[in-house]
Structures are given as C-alpha cells and as structure tokens.
Design a protein. Structure first.
Length: 115
C-alpha cells in the first residue's frame, strides 16, 4: 500500500488533498478547513481500499448525454433516418443536455426543455 498522504495548505488558505483511487488514478480535491480535508482524505482511502479488496463495488462511470447520443447513433446508423436523428440531436438536444451527466437529466429538466 502507498504511503498515506496528508492535507496541504495552499496559498489561498484552502486545503488540498491528493489520493489514488481504486485503479491507481490520482485524484485531487480542495476544502475550506484542515479537518474537512483530513476527513475526506480518510474516506477516499477507505473507499479505495474497499473497492480494491472487493468489499464494495466501484461506482459506475459518469456517463453524459453526449455518451448516450454517441452510442445510440452508433446502433441506429444503419437505419434510413439516422442522418435526420443525428441532425435533431445536434441542433436541439446537445445544446441543452450535452455535457450533463445522465443522473442530472430529470423529469424537471426535460419538462423545462419541452416548453
């Protein structure tokens, strides 16, 4: 196991933490206080270790509306209306929902879009 990191105070006065996630990817976050940073760092270390040992499942990858559109167009590409749908997605849907995570696209968001 890698050495445990510790919160570092930045020139702004905020506290930065760095850790390795369950697959070894470096992550970083900042907090207002040393105690918040220390607690978050401990949570991240415990979660990463639990995922590595199989005690808990890794959270699903963050998917965006853009990802959904790309997958849909890939599977619909052989149909005659694929070009029309690609145009509708590009012109109407992506400007509104493009970068949003799928979890953020709620009924309220869709309702606001349709009005």
């Amino acid at each position: 196991m890698a050495a445990i990191s510790r919160p570092i105070q930045m020139p702004s006065g905020r506290w930065r933490i760095r850790w390795l996630d369950a697959v070894g990817e470096r992550k970083s976050a900042t907090f207002a206080t040393h105690n918040e940073a220390k607690a978050a760092l401990a949570r991240h270390h415990v979660q990463a270790e639990a995922i590595r040992t199989g005690a808990i499942e890794a959270p699903p990858a963050r998917r965006t509306f853009d990802d959904l559109c790309a997958a849909w167009l890939l599977h619909q590409g052989e149909k005659r209306s694929a070009k029309d749908m690609e145009s509708r997605i590009r012109v109407h849907l992506k400007p509104v929902f493009g970068g949003m995570a799928l979890a953020q696209i709620t009924g309220d968001a869709i309702e606001a879009f349709s009005h």
